[in-house]
Design a protein. Structure first.
Length: 277
């Protein structure tokens, strides 16, 4: 990929975060990325969960190696002309110095943005200590700046996802600190209550906030979230899990009943061929 192409994608991605709201769906392989581009989306993001499941692995910060994820991110970037945001989990390192090394490798894939989360992968201590979590975001910012790059840095607080007590308070405190450390976009996954999303948006303004939608729910529509001031909507592993849902249903009908009714909603072969011409 030409450097000018990468720079243009980064500029486009940054502009998307300046005003309004956009949906950033999450492909899990090259084919799904190509299809999403043809549907008119303005950007896409990788999904650690979708990728992990495709490799027969659990979605955790320890299941996927940095080499595997870098290779996957590069494949998605090269499969589409859209800006790509990388779900870079915890940066595949605990200490800031090692995190910087991995971030620099991620930047070399041509991504337009990436996220760093504060989850450790340790069930006993699921979140990095506050000051270390902030220092990790500051280190990621420094890595971007060292490249004189405009790549969008998203900081994630996993307080809701790990089931922390006082998750909203923790998320606001941490995301505010992450913004001060250089994060461009803020994200607290697994918030399903529209009122809590509104609280987050107000507390973190004027920084752009990413909302994750993984299932239908009251108020969880593009228009409703946009009206609250949400800047970016992603869907995580939901598209991959939707595909898995249909696959599992069809396989169980074959193995359990010897029937093939699960194929009724399969995409026509010729249509798929035309999509990937």
């Amino acid at each position: 990929m030409k450097n000018s192409d990468t720079e243009q994608k980064i500029q486009t991605f940054r502009q998307l975060h300046q005003s309004g709201c956009f949906i950033m769906p999450n492909p899990w392989d090259a084919g799904s990325a190509k299809f999403l581009e043809k549907q008119g989306f303005k950007a896409v993001a990788t999904t650690s969960g979708g990728f992990a499941f495709s490799k027969g692995l659990q979605d955790s910060v320890t299941a996927i190696s940095s080499d595997m994820m870098i290779s996957h991110v590069k494949e998605i970037v090269e499969s589409t002309s859209l800006p790509v945001n990388a779900d870079f989990q915890n940066g595949y390192a605990d200490e800031p110095d090692k995190l910087v090394e991995n971030v620099l490798r991620c930047l070399d894939t041509g991504v337009s943005g990436f996220s760093i989360e504060d989850a450790t992968g340790d069930k006993n201590n699921p979140l990095y200590e506050h000051s270390l979590a902030v220092e990790r975001i500051r280190a990621a910012r420094g890595a971007i700046d060292s490249k004189k790059s405009g790549v969008v840095l998203t900081a994630r607080c996993e307080a809701f996802l790990v089931g922390a007590d006082n998750a909203l308070k923790i998320a606001i405190e941490r995301l505010t600190a992450f913004a001060e450390a250089g994060a461009d976009c803020l994200y607290a996954p697994r918030v399903t209550d529209i009122n809590v999303i509104e609280e987050l948006v107000k507390a973190l303004a004027p920084k752009p906030v990413n909302a994750l939608v993984t299932a239908p729910g009251p108020g969880l529509t593009f228009s409703s979230l946009a009206s609250l001031g949400v800047r970016r909507i992603s869907v995580g592993s939901s598209l991959a899990r939707t595909a898995w849902g249909a696959f599992i249903k069809a396989v169980k009908e074959i193995s359990g009943k010897g029937e093939f009714t699960g194929f009724a909603d399969a995409a026509p072969f010729d249509e798929l061929n035309r999509i990937f011409e």
